[in-house]
Design a protein around this ligand. Structure first.
Ligand SMILES: NC(=O)c1ccc[n+]([C@@H]2O[C@H](COP(=O)([O-])OP(=O)(O)OC[C@H]3O[C@@H](n4cnc5c(N)ncnc54)[C@H](OP(=O)(O)O)[C@@H]3O)[C@@H](O)[C@H]2O)c1
Length: 262
């Protein structure tokens, strides 16, 4: 089965949260290039409209957009309700954000919203779509961990913990859903040049482009549990993972302190 056939085998529609920017946007274009109709969710309606126009201009697919803040539980319930009759076979839950700085001085509302978006929202959406996919006996769910999710990371404590949650969650449900013919993949990127750095107040320094990330991940879907997409994420990820957790945290503390925007 080639990539187009694999994607089509899940269903006609793909849902991409965070599909209006960065890595999620790359997934939106990649999936459209394989003929998928798309539901794209983000908070900023103008960004969503722009991506919808670009995709519909380039590919003969239908794109539906929803401007919803997924840190709010009732918006997740609304998204589940408004998409309930569509044949959504592939779900890419890319919406997420980080923060950088001394935890005790960071805005607590922002830290809590991060947990709601990066963890609570992911669990809620995954639960709903996994149940729909179980009935169809097929489907795929792509979640986003991170290079920082494999140990505690000073100056990014809440964010790295949220990504550790997603990594662990993805590993667990992958094994549970495998027998139901549902593929689960955790994507663990290193630094990627996107809107992420600005929102997190982070100087990204050396970072990989978003181009090609969607394709790499879609190829890995169904074949592995975790994908580190691209050279930089592999190089950084595999050089760190062989070290004890405490040393990894120490190294990342030095790196993160250099990334804080003054
Ligand atoms: N970039 C990196 O270096 C990096 C590294 C490792 C992992 N990741 C993970 O990869 C995923 C994608 O990140 P990215 O780099 O593509 O970031 P990005 O360029 O900032 O894009 C984030 C996307 O999520 C949407 N979004 C954010 N908060 C939302 C909310 N509360 N409700 C609905 N939509 C929301 C944004 O749209 P609006 O702003 O319009 O809401 C945007 O479409 C995230 O989970 C991130 O944690 C990123």
């Amino acid at each position: 089965m080639n990539l187009k056939e694999k994607i089509a085998s899940y269903g006609k529609w793909s849902l991409i949260t965070g599909g209006s920017d960065g890595i999620g946007k790359n997934f939106s274009f990649e999936l459209a290039s394989h003929g998928q109709s798309l539901i794209i969710v983000g908070r900023d309606e103008s960004k969503l409209k722009e991506v919808k126009a670009q995709i519909e201009n380039q590919y003969k697919v239908q794109v539906t957009i929803y401007a919803l803040d997924l840190s709010i539980s009732k918006n997740i319930s609304s998204l589940i309700e408004i998409t309930k009759d569509l044949d959504i076979g592939l779900v890419v839950l890319a919406a997420g954000f980080g923060s950088l700085g001394d935890f005790s001085t960071l805005n607590i509302e922002n830290e809590l919203q991060m947990i709601d978006t990066n963890c609570r929202g992911i669990v809620h959406l995954t639960h709903s779509f996994a149940n729909k996919m179980k009935i169809k006996k097929k489907g795929a769910i792509i979640l986003f961990g991170s290079l920082v999710g494999f140990q505690g990371v000073p100056w990014s404590s809440t964010y790295s913990a949220s990504k550790a949650f997603v990594q662990s969650f993805a590993e667990g449900i992958r094994a549970e859903l495998k027998s139901k013919n549902i593929d689960v993949l955790s994507v663990a990127p290193g630094p990627v040049s996107s809107g992420f750095g600005e929102r997190a107040n982070m100087n990204m320094g050396k970072a990989q482009a978003t181009k090609g990330i969607g394709r790499i991940c879609l190829k890995a879907l169904g074949n592995q549990t975790t994908i580190r997409p691209g050279f930089l994420s592999k190089f950084l990820g595999y050089s760190l993972i062989i070290l004890p957790r405490s040393i990894r945290s120490f190294i990342l503390k030095q790196i993160m302190s250099g990334m804080i925007k003054k």
